[in-house]
Design a protein around this ligand. Structure first.
Ligand code: MEV
Length: 321
């Protein structure tokens, strides 16, 4: 029997960092996916392979341990945590294929976790639905990372654009948001935990300055929600630019991030901002009609990915011999 599942990566459009203080956020699934295939092992061992990133390991799922055979560990802790929670520890063969570049800031860990859990549930014939899957995937991320917002796993499960409100209510946008974006990313990786802590310290030292900024970021996200519902792309672009300025105030932008943002705007993007935690990582630029110009402007110094938002969330199937 072979079980297969795939799940999309995500990007945050509005609300990173302010979401940590209960403000709303908007994130969406993109047309880059992680694909997991599980089948019985043809040896006595459980083997995990990710050929796209040149990674291979032998797994001891019962003990959450692995022997590295090839490549850098990266995503392996998420795979082990899923196996530990769901698998009966019999020898299996797991393959991860992905067109989500590691380090592109597109939440590849959530996509991998959601796809891995869905494939495991199929393999073991365990009933699940999107609600239970999003919950379980969030638990895995939390176990691995210590802290994680539920946004990434929610978006990777359901697909589409998601609005998380001030009282943590999830709303799915029922709009066709098929407009091109370019993601730019640097080889310098940000550390989410450190960036969240740095913002907290800045806020503690300067509450009267930073607290109103965080509230304004929440208000901005709510304006953005209205602009998305109306399909008003000029407004969305303007709000992205303001949001980048707020992220600058919070101290999470870097030379590379701002370079990509200004290169994108100069090449015709109607909005460009840091996406995710900052401190390295990635930016997102809204550039209808100017995708190639924006992509080559960023590409001069950094890396690019052309993306679109997609409604397609997790999908899974089982094939019997
Ligand atoms: C990181 O992708 C987004 C942050 O807001 C942290 C979080 O929401 O967990 C910086």
């Amino acid at each position: 029997m072979i079980a297969k599942a795939s799940a999309p990566a995500k990007t945050i459009l509005f609300g990173e960092h302010s979401v940590v203080y209960g403000e709303p956020a908007i994130a969406g699934a993109v047309n880059k996916r992680a694909y997991i295939t599980i089948k019985e092992s043809d040896c006595e061992k459980t083997i995990f392979r990710a050929p796209d990133i040149g990674f291979e390991a032998e797994l001891m799922s019962r003990f959450k341990k692995y022997i590295l055979l090839k490549g850098k560990p990266g995503i392996i802790r998420y795979i082990l945590e899923c196996l530990y929670r769901v698998h009966d520890h019999s020898p299996i063969d797991i393959t991860l294929n992905s067109n989500v570049p590691i380090g592109s800031g597109l939440g590849s860990s959530a996509a991998v976790t959601v796809a891995m859990l869905a494939a495991l549930y199929r393999y073991h014939n365990i009933r699940f639905n999107k609600k239970s899957l999003a919950h379980d995937a969030h638990m895995v991320e939390q176990a691995v990372q210590g802290v994680a917002s539920p946004l990434d796993t929610l978006v990777s499960t359901y697909g589409g654009l998601v609005y998380l409100s001030r009282n943590k209510k999830v709303e799915h946008f029922n709009v066709n948001f098929n407009v091109p974006f370019v993601v730019g990313y640097t080889t310098k990786h940000g550390n989410t935990g450190k960036m969240v802590k740095d913002v907290k310290n800045l806020k503690t030292r300067n509450p009267k300055i930073i607290n109103p900024v965080i509230t304004s970021m929440g208000n901005l996200t709510n304006y953005a929600k209205q602009a998305i519902l109306k399909g008003d792309f000029d407004k969305i672009g303007e709000l992205m630019n303001i949001n980048h300025g707020f992220l600058d105030v919070l101290g999470v932008n870097t030379l590379e991030l701002s370079r990509m943002v200004y290169n994108a705007r100069e090449a015709g993007a109607i909005g460009a901002k840091t996406t995710g935690a900052g401190g390295g990582g990635s930016i997102i630029a809204l550039c209808p009609g100017k995708v190639d110009e924006v992509a080559s402007a960023i590409d001069r110094d950094d890396n690019i990915l052309k993306i679109r938002f997609t409604r397609k969330g997790v999908s899974s199937r089982v094939y019997r011999d």
